[in-house]
Design a protein around this ligand. Sequence first.
Ligand code: PGA
Length: 262
Amino acid sequence: MEIIIKKDALEGSCAAARVVARLIHEKPNAVLGLATGSTPLLLYKELIRLHNEEGFDFSRVRTFNLDEYIGLSVDHEQSYRRFMNENLFEYINIKRENTHVPDGMAEDVPTACAAYEQAIADAGGIDLQVLGIGSDGHVGFNEPTSSFASRTRIKTLTRQTVADNARFFDGDESKVPHHCITMGIGTIMDARMNLMLAFGANKAEAVAATVEGPVASIMPASILQHHPAAKLFIDEAAASQLKLAEYYRWVYDGKPDWQKDA
Ligand code: PGA
């Protein structure tokens, strides 16, 4: 795993955006795995800026989102489809039919999950997956003890995730759906590159356990230690519990610029 510590969320997000931009430059029809939540917002802002100011072209890019709440329709203000439309897709020249978010209103959830996996495979697999991390170490909505072999499926959120996400639902935990559809950890591990972002002190414990703890399903993100191309962009606050932070800085600072975005 490559650990990239930046001063703040803005610098970390811009560095991550350069990796995404380089991929799309080299492969204009790249398949991106995308995430929601507060963490990727600055990354998406930077991608929008690249489109507006530098003519960056998303016309052939395809995307698959990690997860969606069950029971929220696409126009619900907290649905992840709406989040993606309002925070990225409406501002870049991506074709809406090339964007995919699990269907939280699917009548037959297992069939919809299998179809989602098939659509990813039909697209040639995910080139680059953007990930956040929950304060409990979840990736996507793969909560602690999720199988490392899991594929897209229904999951029940932990009480901690419900509490964490209540801020998007007027602070009211009772409004947060308890079930979701999420790509599995196996799905995420199949991505050719994983790019995780984590900002703020409330992520420091999960980041330290992910990077320096044992690989264990109680800390789902720790599986990234087994991924051949995982990059973790974090700010100083999220890095504050890493034992080897100085080493990670030394590694990154010693790289030539072209390699930093690769
Ligand atoms: P956040 O969520 O970006 O809103 O902190 C991250 C996650 O739950 O994966």
